[in-house]
Design a protein around this ligand. Structure first.
Ligand code: HEC
Length: 104
C-alpha cells in the first residue's frame, strides 16, 4: 500500500513540475527583450568642461594648475575630481585630457 502512495506522490510531483515548467515558459514568453542600454555620447572634453566646470573655473587657470603639477601626478586630480564637480569619472577623464592637452 505504501508503495502505491509513493508512486502517486511521484506522479503528482512530476505533473506539478511539468506545470511549473510550462507556466514559467508561458510567463517568460512575453518578456520584452530589454532594449540595449543607451548611453549618451560623452561629448568632447571642451563641451564637458563648459557644462561642468566653466561656471567656476577658467580653462587657463586649471590648465596652469594641472600643468604645474606635471602629467605624472594626473592620478591625483582624477581622484580629486571624483569628489569635485558633477561630471562622471569618464567625463572627468575627458576633461582632464582636454585641460592637459599640449597647446596654447
Ligand atoms: C561650484 C563651483 C565649481 C565647479 C562647478 C567646479 N569647481 Fe573646481 N574648484 C572649485 C573651488 C571653489 C575650488 C577650490 C579652489 C582652490 O582651492 O584653489 C576648486 C578647485 C579645483 C581644482 C584644484 C585647483 C588647484 O589649484 O589645486 C581643480 C583641478 C578643479 N577644481 C577642477 C575642476 C573641474 C575639472 C571641474 C569640472 C568637472 C570643476 N573643478 C568644477 C569650484 C568648482
Amino acid at each position: 500500500m505504501r508503495h502505491v502512495a509513493v508512486q502517486r506522490l511521484t506522479v503528482l510531483l512530476a505533473v506539478a513540475f511539468l506545470l511549473y515548467a510550462l507556466a514559467f515558459a508561458w510567463l517568460v514568453r512575453d518578456e520584452p527583450t530589454a532594449p540595449p542600454a543607451r548611453q549618451e555620447p560623452l561629448g568632447t572634453g571642451a563641451v564637458l568642461f563648459g557644462r561642468y566646470c566653466a561656471a567656476c573655473h577658467l580653462r587657463e587657470d586649471l590648465r596652469q594648475a594641472l600643468r604645474a603639477r606635471g602629467v605624472e601626478v594626473r592620478g591625483s586630480p582624477e581622484t580629486f575630481l571624483r569628489q569635485h564637480g558633477d561630471a562622471s569619472d569618464a567625463e572627468d577623464h575627458l576633461i582632464l585630457d582636454y585641460l592637459m592637452a599640449p597647446g596654447p
